[in-house]
Design a protein around this ligand. Sequence first.
Ligand code: ADP
Ligand code: MG
Length: 255
Amino acid sequence: MSLQVQGLVKHFDGVKAVNGVTFTVEPGECVALIGPNGAGKSTTFACIAGQHPPTAGQVLWNGERIDGLRPAQRLQRGIARTFQVAQTFEALTVLQNVQLLTQYPRGLAAYNVLDSGDSQPASALLEQVGLHNLAHAEAQDLPYGAKKRLELAMALAGRNTGLLLLDEPAAGLATEERATLMALVKSLTQPQAGRAGTAVLYTEHNMDAVFGVADRVLVLIDGAIAAQGTPDEVASDATVRQCYLGQWWEKPLHA
Ligand code: ADP
Ligand code: MG
């Protein structure tokens, strides 16, 4: 159950957003894709999840090429994603948002039976992300941190989610909320009931959401991987310090 990204290229007219990116993510691994704004993180994600067709290169999941498949076909194969700005169904309750996806095999027909369907799987997911107390609140009334957690529950709702793609899962959260959410993300990679842990690939532009969370870090700069390794290895990499980390590591000292 591994993700293989091989020579991925994505150009938008003249903009070379992703320029030959190769990496793998194994089951149970938590991998962070970090880099400055505009480095190509979201575009790499969109190519893996199916929102953008790659200009060149391949994306394989369990040995099968998926880069030509629609997002819904990737979801059927266990690949789920969240967005940099949380996407939820605003007028539905928290529970209904997750129910729509736990009842996903019914497609839109699930919408008509939200209140009569079995809500147990959705409730269990809300418990897992710590939102059970807000199950009957409308999504539009949630504080942003709770909305990010709802989106995570929705991404986990596929029965066979094997790969979770999280685009800046902690963006817009206060420090304490960030830590809680990242601990939750990390916990998803643990094996459960004899099943291998979920593979998680997340983007981030700060190193602080990487230490203690990511097993491995890929540093993307100008659409290419400039360094990779454990968080400690990457943090002490000369190129990374010069091109990227130095910019914000040194900032607080001079602020
Ligand atoms: P990151 O997520 O690392 O901040 P993005 O992947 O969003 O970076 O963007 C990488 C580059 O591609 C940027 O220069 C951005 O302006 C450009 N880009 C992203 N999406 C599009 C698009 N749909 N059309 C044109 N250019 C885009
Ligand atoms: Mg982005």
